[in-house]
Design a protein around this ligand. Sequence first.
Ligand code: PMP
Ligand code: GLU
Length: 396
Amino acid sequence: MLADRLKSLAPSATLAVQARARELRARGVDVISFGAGEPDFDTPERIKEAAVAALRRGQTKYTEVGGIPELRQAVCAKLRRDNGLDYEPAEILVSCGAKHALFNIVTALVNPGDEVIVPSPFWVSYPEQVQLMGGVPVMVETHEATGFDLDPDRVRAAVTPRTKLVVLNSPNNPTGAVFSRAAMEAVGRLAVERGLWIVSDECYEPFTFEGRHVSVAALDPEIKARTIVVNTCSKAYAMTGWRLGYAAGARPLIKAMTDVQSQVTSNPTSIAQWAAIEALSGPQDTVAKMAGEFDRRRRLIVDGLNRLPGISCTMPKGAFYAFANVSGLFGRALPGGKPLGGSTDVTAFLLEHARVAVVPGVDFGSDAHIRMSYATSAELIREGLARMDAALRGLR
Ligand code: PMP
Ligand code: GLU
């Protein structure tokens, strides 16, 4: 009955964990969720007020497909202010979240059989979106020993005549890596040399805890010309439910993506667009405050994880995820139980015996790990770690 492309489609594992935790809570089970990555902060008041004012002004109708001119202008100003990047409004497309922006990109660029290089571990939606277009995701490993930094030699070795795109995500979901400037520059040069496109997903930009965020597009004008920068209001402004993301890139490509969007969703919600103008243009103090809080929680969770039996975790440099190595638990079991064999077993064990929800690393390309979002309160992090400790001590 269903189209062939559905045969290989996996639903989003991150959203599935969140749904499962929600369902258990609704049944009265006390679950602590380190599942989906979304800030536990509320959207700042000034942004909500801007949405209310837009509603009251009657800004409730269709807008320009690619976003109202005022918002595209605000995106240009943001990219200049924070990233040193110059774009014109015609080089900006506003979409229903960064996820939608990414889907517009693959729809506009990927032919069946085209290859897309994705550093691994990777965020779950990249390979799935590519496969929906009939493209082939090509995973290129990064390693724990280098803090999961991008490896330009491996990227180069993976390029074939069918390679169309390289996806860079720094700060990285799920590893928390911040790719080194040298590695990004080498991949940028490679893209220029071989005529590849780079997607630079910078959704976790404000959560760069060591050093400053650098966009690959800012490294060189030739690299910028081959890059589509993707960002979102979801994380920086705690606006996950508003669904507001954007892309910046070469005019013909942005036009093609806008044409795709015109046949699929039309404009993103008008009210959310007005809120996004305030988010991007207003005072940015809430962003720094939230980043400071996540930085404290980062240390809390990573130190705590490293004290748990059978678990180790390197200190992530960005985003809000701890990517913990759980391979030390493999082969262990509860008395009379089945030994843990992979990240899915560990995830199920933690949910059942610790009432803690995490995402199995296998969905991000590494079965030796689990991902824990620490965009949750310090109190819940402490409680969650204590529960994990108690449960893990039962393993033999
Ligand atoms: N890219 C990455 C790396 C993400 O983790 C997410 C999930 N928040 C997104 C894109 C999509 O974000 P949104 O659609 O909410 O803007
Ligand atoms: N991106 C977040 C995560 O990885 C939110 C869920 C999703 O869109 O995948 O958990």
